[in-house]
Design a protein around this ligand. Structure first.
Ligand SMILES: NC(=O)c1ccc[n+]([C@@H]2O[C@H](COP(=O)([O-])OP(=O)(O)OC[C@H]3O[C@@H](n4cnc5c(N)ncnc54)[C@H](OP(=O)(O)O)[C@@H]3O)[C@@H](O)[C@H]2O)c1
Length: 350
């Protein structure tokens, strides 16, 4: 049995579900991969807990359930310790970065990722902030240090958008990528096409916890644009920043627009689009008319979907219905298993 030591930053919706999955899948991981995942350090806004051997996952979950900071972990809690201090002191094999997304300065994720990668620690993250702000820098840092930076959960959660593009289309030219990559706007547009006003649909999305109190990141198209930036960097091999994407949100879409579209057997979706023009891509996010027969037009309120149009792999469509963060946590677990398996394969090389 080989043991992989995890240092976790962020014990929120995704972090807690990942801890549950580590417990739930313990036997499967042992049987299938001969792999034991242990948590040796954890950090949240209160500070950190750092184990001499391992932390008790059930105890971390209990503390978070009772809304206590991880720094209150018996004997091992360290109030005020930074995420990077925790990662280094815990001598982790993998940093699992699941803290809050900040799109202005990327912190605390960006510093933690830089610190871990430069010390040759593999990284798995679902945090878009550092990737949107510094994708090329972080990828180069990982390459220079011979470590992995996996982030498949950062775009469309449990839907393997990045893995399809990076792994399954590696020898392909992608002529066009189009996706419904923001669940909140798809929910709002779907409800509007069923007769609700924009305000009613947004209010409902906020009531069920799908939209933030300040919904601008979603409804103005920025969340979808951030995802497109990561897709462009990771899949299209195009060094891309947010300023390269032309962005329009859904605030101006009216019920009349949706009604008129329906009369023409069309619908309106917020589409993130990368279209190949010469050797480059045009990148945009905007409300787009789609014929009802288009696979993305058929996505229901709780769904996201993507389409890759390629030169040699045909057209690939994938979709997910995701109404809680478990599929996102499952995508993080998949990345952890990949890093652990690749590390083991390197150790086993004759
Ligand atoms: N939720 C999803 O379905 C989903 C899907 C795809 C990607 N993501 C990404 O995954 C990440 C985690 O999402 P989430 O929904 O779990 O977020 P969340 O519930 O808000 O949890 C964020 C966690 O980060 C911790 N944190 C915040 N600032 C910190 C700091 N300065 N130092 C240390 N820890 C800090 C918080 O600590 P406290 O517990 O002390 O508040 C909390 O544990 C985000 O980057 C998000 O964008 C989420």
């Amino acid at each position: 049995m080989r043991t992989t030591r995890l240092a976790m930053v962020g014990l929120g919706n995704v972090g807690r579900r990942l801890l549950e999955l580590i417990q739930l899948k313990r036997d499967l991981l042992r049987a299938r991969f001969d792999l034991e995942l242990v948590v040796v350090g954890a950090a949240d806004t209160s500070g950190a807990a750092i184990a001499a051997d391992v932390l008790d996952v059930a105890e971390i979950l209990r503390l978070k359930r009772e809304r206590q900071g991880i720094a209150t972990y018996r004997q091992l809690g360290q109030p005020g310790a930074s995420p990077l201090q925790m990662v280094l002191a815990s001598r982790a094999d993998i940093l699992v970065e699941l803290s809050v997304t900040n799109l202005k300065h990327g912190e605390p994720g960006l510093s933690t990722l830089r610190g871990a990668l430069s010390r040759k620690i593999d990284v798995v993250t679902a945090n878009k902030g550092p990737l949107v702000l510094a994708y090329q820098e972080l990828a180069a840092l990982a390459r220079a240090n011979g470590v992995r930076l996996l982030h498949s959960a950062a775009v469309t959660g449990g839907l393997p958008t990045l893995n399809i593009g990076v792994r399954d289309l590696s020898a392909t030219v992608i002529e066009k990528f189009e996706g419904v990559v923001n669940g909140t706007t798809n929910y709002i547009l779907s409800r509007m096409s069923q007769g609700q006003t924009y305000d009613e649909a947004l209010k409902h999305a906020q009531e069920i916890g799908m939209a933030e109190a300040d919904p601008s990141l979603d409804v103005d198209g920025w969340d979808a644009a951030n995802k497109l930036v990561i897709i462009a960097n990771a899949v299209l091999h195009r060094p891309t920043k947010l300023k390269d994407v032309s962005v329009e949100g859904i605030r101006k879409v009216t019920q009349d627009d949706l009604r008129a579209a329906a009369e023409r057997r069309e619908t309106i979706k917020l589409i993130a689009l990368a279209e190949k023009v010469g050797s480059d891509y045009n990148l945009s996010v905007r409300p787009t008319l789609l014929d009802r027969s288009h696979p993305l037009a058929k996505l229901g309120a709780g769904m996201m979907g993507v389409m890759y149009h390629t030169d040699i792999n045909g057209t690939i469509f994938a979709a997910i219905e995701e109404d809680d963060p478990y599929p996102t946590a499952a995508a993080v677990l998949r990345d952890i298993v990949q890093v652990a398996s690749e590390t083991q394969a390197e150790i086993d090389k004759p």
